[in-house]
Design a protein around this ligand. Structure first.
Ligand code: ADP
Length: 297
C-alpha cells in the first residue's frame, strides 16, 4: 500500500500541493487527473524524491520511504530522456548500470525487460530510428529495468496513435497484473476510465476525488438516461419532473440527466405515459462528468 498523508508543497506564494491525502492499493492501475497546474507533476516528483515536500508523509508497505526509494520506484517522465543515437540495448543497459547493477546482471535485466515491453526485435536499432510508440516502449523498459514495485508515468499516452494507445495500455495492465503498482497522469479521461481501477483527481493542489472508480460512480445518485420511443412522444413530458435536465430532445430520442434529487421510477412512468417506450437506459455518470463536477467546470 502506498499511503500519502497531508502532503504539502509550496513554491513561494504558490501552494502546489495542499494537504493531499490518499492511498493506493498494490497491483492496481491508478489514474492521476487534474487540470494543468493542478499539482500532478509536483506530486509525482515528491513521490520520487525529486522534490522535497514542506509537510506530510509518504509510506510504502507500512514504512516511510527512505533515501533508497529509487529502488522502489520506476519513473517515466513526459519528456523523453533517451539518447537518440544510442542502440536500444546499450541504452537500457546503461540505465541499468546507473541504477547500481553489475555489468552482467545489467545485461540480463536488459534482455528481459526489452522482451517484456515487446521490443525484443528492436534491440540493435538506434532510438532515433524508432516510431514514437516504440520509443515509449524503450522509455518504459528504462523505467522498469531495475524491477521497481511502483511505476510512475507522466502523460505516457500523449502523442500515441490509437493502436499505440491500445498496445501501451495493454502493457501497463500486464505490469499491474504481475504485481507492479502503476500510477500515471493523463488528460484522456475515456482512456483512464477504460484502464484504471482507481483514480486520484487534484485541483489547485487539493485532492478533490479519489478512490475506486466504480465505487465513486455508484456513490452518486446522478444518472444519465436515454429514452427511445417507437413513435413520436408527447412534447414536454419531462416538464413536471424534479431533478431532470433535458440534454437532447427529438420526437423519438430523448437524453436526460437526473440529479441526486430525481426519481428514476417517476421518469420511467412519465416516459410510458408520453409514448410507446422502445428503450429506456440509465447509467452512472462517466469519469469525464465526475471530473468536471469535481473540478467545478
Ligand atoms: P501539473 O503537473 O498538474 O500541471 P504542476 O505540479 O506542474 O502541475 O504545478 C503546480 C503548481 O506549482 C503550478 O501553479 C506551477 O506553476 C507551480 N510550480 C511547479 N513547479 C514549480 C517550480 N519549480 N517553481 C515554482 N512554481 C512551480
Amino acid at each position: 500500500m502506498l499511503e500519502i498523508e497531508g502532503l504539502t508543497k509550496r513554491y513561494g506564494a504558490t501552494l502546489a500541493l495542499d494537504d493531499c491525502t490518499f492511498s493506493v492499493a498494490p497491483k492496481r492501475l491508478i489514474g492521476l487527473l487534474g487540470p494543468n497546474g493542478a499539482g500532478k507533476t509536483t506530486l509525482m516528483r515528491c513521490l520520487l524524491g525529486l522534490v522535497v515536500p514542506d509537510g506530510g508523509t509518504i509510506r510504502w508497505s507500512g514504512g516511510p520511504l527512505g533515501e533508497d526509494r529509487g529502488r522502489n520506484f520506476g519513473y517515466m517522465p513526459e519528456e523523453r530522456g533517451l539518447y537518440p543515437t544510442m542502440r536500444v540495448d546499450e541504452q537500457v543497459r546503461y540505465f541499468a548500470m546507473l541504477s547500481g547493477m553489475a555489468p552482467a546482471a545489467a545485461g540480463r535485466a536488459t534482455a528481459d525487460v526489452v522482451r517484456r515491453v515487446g521490443a525484443g526485435d528492436l534491440s540493435g536499432r538506434r532510438v532515433e530510428e524508432l516510431s514514437h510508440g516504440n520509443q515509449q516502449r524503450i522509455q518504459l523498459a528504462v523505467a522498469l529495468v531495475h524491477n521497481p514495485e511502483i511505476l510512475v508515468l507522466d502523460e505516457p499516452f500523449a502523442g500515441l496513435d490509437p493502436l499505440g494507445v491500445d498496445q501501451f495500455g495493454a502493457l501497463l495492465l500486464d505490469l499491474a497484473a504481475d504485481g507492479t503498482t502503476v500510477l500515471f497522469s493523463s488528460h484522456q479521461l475515456d482512456l483512464v476510465q477504460d484502464l484504471c481501477q482507481d483514480i486520484v483527481t487534484i485541483n489547485h493542489g487539493r485532492v478533490v476525488l479519489a478512490g475506486e472508480l466504480e465505487q465513486l460512480q455508484r456513490a452518486t445518485a446522478r444518472r444519465r438516461i436515454t429514452v427511445v420511443f417507437a413513435a413520436a412522444a408527447r412534447r414536454n413530458w419531462t416538464a413536471a419532473l424534479d431533478g431532470v435536465t433535458v440534454e437532447k430532445a427529438e420526437d423519438r430520442h430523448v437524453r436526460l440527466s437526473l440529479d441526486a434529487g430525481g426519481d428514476l421510477d417517476r421518469v420511467l412512468h412519465a416516459a410510458r405515459t408520453a409514448g410507446p417506450v422502445l428503450r429506456f437506459d440509465y447509467q452512472p455518470p462517466s469519469l469525464e462528468e465526475l471530473f468536471r463536477e469535481a473540478v467545478g467546470r
